[in-house]
Design a protein. Structure first.
Length: 324
């Protein structure tokens, strides 16, 4: 079983996480893997409640499930199985029976390492037919909602919220310092954080403008400015949940990874924004005005891009660093 456990954890470390903090550790038994939140990696300024921490752990949890299914096992996940250990987010167990993975499950596993976060605009090409409805169904399978933000006033309002949040966060010295701590210098040997090959040297702008985080911060690091023709904001969605407690955040993380992997299998890239959701007033505005009072957990922009290599350089901690 140890080969199975190492295989699954090696996949799970490729899950998306805020600032690539990779805030997880894994324990194991004979036929189970435990997912722990590594609270020492929580963003204490930007994420005081641990919401983004739990979303990240949820994404890792779903990736474990995908890897186990690829091997033919039938994983069962139980959230927060021991109330005395709040850092124990989930236990994933499996029995002795195996059923071969189907083509859909194999495609999802292949997307684990192929998927990368996009930071910028998209081309004018529409999403492949049926993609949005398929992604909505994927989110619903994990008890979350993927809500389309309609072009026009709604999309403009959400873009304005992202702009206002990004401006406010740049003026907050504590938040700026926290973000800078997760920006990786060129030639660094670090296995976490955001490397220069993962973001543009200057924040990319879209129409309407959904600004990304300024990881370069004027240091000249990062990729060349994206092609001028890729300025579309794409299809804009809100990933939301009906409630807003720790299990809902984990559910949002599982839904996020399920949506991202399915999108990758369709040739669709995804850009993520969380800036306005880190500010209570803007978060509440989005909940009431744009999410029909559901609780927004992440903003996702979907589209097609010619920049196949953009953001393709990801760094991850080795299995030995995270497997207890």
């Amino acid at each position: 079983m140890m080969d199975t456990i190492q295989f699954a954890v090696a996949a799970a470390v490729h899950a998306p996480s805020v600032h690539n903090t990779q805030p997880w550790r894994f324990g194991h038994g004979e036929r189970h893997i435990d997912v722990y939140a590594d609270t020492g990696r929580r963003l204490r300024v930007a994420d005081p409640d641990g919401r983004e921490l739990m979303i990240s752990c949820g994404a890792a949890l779903f990736t474990l499930r995908v890897a186990l299914r690829y091997l033919g096992w039938l994983p069962h996940a139980r959230l927060f199985p021991d109330p005395s250990r709040p850092a124990l987010v989930a236990r994933v167990s499996w029995g002795e029976n195996r059923i071969a993975a189907d083509p859909y499950e194999r495609e999802m596993y292949a997307a684990v390492t192929a998927r990368h976060t996009h930071r910028g605009g998209f081309g004018a090409a529409p999403l492949p037919a049926g993609t949005l409805s398929a992604l909505r169904e994927e989110a619903a399978r994990e008890r979350a909602m993927l809500r389309l933000v309609a072009a026009g006033d709604q999309r403009d309002a959400l873009a304005a919220a992202v702009q206002a949040a990004e401006h406010a966060l740049r003026l907050d010295g504590r938040r700026a310092a926290e973000q800078a701590a997760w920006v990786v210098a060129p030639e660094s040997a670090r296995h976490d954080g955001i490397p220069p090959a993962a973001y543009p040297a200057e924040p990319a702008h879209t129409e309407p403008d959904f600004p990304g985080r300024d990881f370069a911060a004027g240091q000249g690091w990062g990729l060349a400015i994206p092609a001028a023709g890729e300025r579309s904001s794409g299809v804009v969605c809100l990933l939301a949940t009906s409630a807003n407690e720790s299990p809902d955040w984990v559910a949002a993380g599982q839904a996020l990874q399920r949506v991202l992997l399915r999108a990758a299998t369709c040739g669709v890239a995804a850009a993520l924004h969380s800036q306005p959701l880190e500010l209570p007033q803007l978060r509440d505005f989005i909940r009431v005005q744009l999410a029909s009072r559901a609780h927004p957990q992440l903003i996702i922009r979907l589209g097609v891009t010619r920049q196949a290599g953009a953001g393709a350089a990801s760094i991850r901690r080795p299995v030995g660093d995270v497997l207890l």
